[in-house]
Design a binder for this molecule. Structure first.
Ligand code: ADP
Ligand code: MG
Length: 394
């Protein structure tokens, strides 16, 4: 599905809208998935992360309705889901419709006036691959709502940040997924050829040049296709552990621990497991700062080393990797990658590697072979460039 061009998907989603709802949509909006370059499991700790927007996007053909009803259909799902604006809750409409309806719920709770919508969705973001199809969906809907209800939030970074915050609430409260704020900020605020340095404590953002092509490298993404049970529970458990550790240390978030004070902080924590969780978060935030400096200095070798260190920390200290991610990253490294790491929440999903453009096919083949040897499901690898944020297509 990722082979379709944006123009093809825009046309297809508008045609599907017309077939489903009986008239042409008022417009089509889209928003990208993301990969996080580095800074994993830091967003909910008030830390730093560094995502790029993907060329893969979720498209929403949308028309306003004047009866306060939301009707939703998706090329990736069966049937039409319907819910009244007043009935949107953690129980209703449930399932994938919660990501769409939740955005309208959050905008209303923010005091903004929105009406009902007909929404038809299509996407080139693989879902469940750790590439944030959920945020792409929310942000495409948020962009449409902003334009159709004259909320005027798409034209400024402040407005887009406000939309991102509403999308986070939709995902946390209505869809029931306790994610941090990185994905939605990436989808609404990233720029082409740049990564977004996001400070999750202050909300400040900065664009950091990220153009591997110019240096003869590419970012290779491998969707491991690994699906492990308990992902959501493990995510919540990590988050809880961090929040509890912060309370035990008498601080707001783990961001407040300076790397120079890490050992002293660790000594005050009760269990080895909690110490390792905290060590990951504090060292990972530091790695983001160093990665930004290395990118700005054009030192890709160092960025690669930081990728490797991030993966080791996520595997050994935070314990959110899995065999597929470990095999994919190790294989990329042994076939010449400057560095490789899991990206996203973990327990499956995708890994990223910085590889020489001329090596991309060989690394892809090597990972496929390694997966076959291990008896894993066949992975899917593709290269990505840092792409643009949510916008109106037509
Ligand atoms: P990801 O890492 O892709 O964000 P999530 O589990 O957070 O994984 O979100 C995936 C969920 O988002 C899907 O199970 C579905 O409910 C919803 N979703 C994402 N994209 C679409 C789409 N194109 N159409 C319908 N639902 C979608
Ligand atoms: Mg998601």
């Amino acid at each position: 599905m990722s082979e379709r061009t944006p123009a093809e998907v825009v046309e297809a989603v508008a045609a599907a809208f017309e077939r489903t709802f009986g008239s042409a949509p008022a417009g089509v909006w889209s928003a990208p998935g993301r990969v996080n370059l580095i800074g994993e499991h830091t967003d909910y700790n008030g830390g730093l992360c560094l995502p790029i927007a993907l060329p893969q996007r979720t498209y929403a053909a949308v028309s306003p309705r004047d009866d306060g009803v939301v009707r939703m259909a998706s090329a990736q799902q069966d049937g039409v889901v319907e819910v009244a604006l007043d009935d949107i809750s953690p129980e209703q409409p449930g399932d994938w419709g919660s990501y769409v309806a939740g955005v309208l719920w959050a905008l209303r709770r923010d005091g903004l006036t929105v009406g009902g919508l007909d929404v038809l969705v299509d996407s080139t973001v693989p879902f469940g691959a750790g590439l944030s199809s959920s945020a792409a969906l929310e942000c495409a809907v948020a962009a449409a709502a902003s334009d159709l209800f004259d909320l005027d939030l798409m034209g400024s970074a402040e407005g887009r940040a406000r939309l991102a915050a509403r999308c986070v609430e939709a995902e946390n409260v209505i869809a029931g997924a306790p994610t941090g704020g990185m994905d939605q900020s990436a989808s609404l605020l990233c720029e082409e050829a740049a990564a977004l340095l996001l400070d999750c404590r202050s909300g400040e953002t900065r664009h950091v040049p990220f153009d591997l092509d110019a240096a003869g490298y590419v970012l290779l993404v491998t969707d491991t296709k690994a699906e492990h049970a308990l992902v959501d529970g493990q995510y919540a458990a990590r988050r809880d552990a961090c929040e509890q550790a912060a309370r035990d240390l008498g601080i707001e978030t783990l961001r407040e621990i300076d790397p120079s004070g890490l050992d002293a902080a660790l000594e005050r924590l009760g269990s080895d497991e909690v110490r390792r969780r905290v060590r990951h978060v504090v060292t990972e935030i530091e790695r983001v700062t160093r990665a930004v400096a290395s990118l700005e200095a054009g030192d890709l070798d160092e960025v690669g080393r930081l990728f490797d260190a991030s993966h080791a920390s996520l595997r050994d200290d935070y314990e959110v990797s899995c065999e597929e991610l470990d095999v994919a990253t190790a294989t990329a490294r042994s076939h010449g990658a400057l560095g490789a790491r899991m990206t996203g929440g973990g327990f499956g999903g995708s890994c990223i590697a910085i590889v020489r453009a001329s090596d991309a096919d060989a690394v892809t083949a090597a990972i496929a072979t390694a997966f076959e040897d291990e008896g894993f499901t066949a992975p899917v690898s593709f290269t990505v460039t840092a792409s643009g944020p949510a916008h109106r297509d037509v």
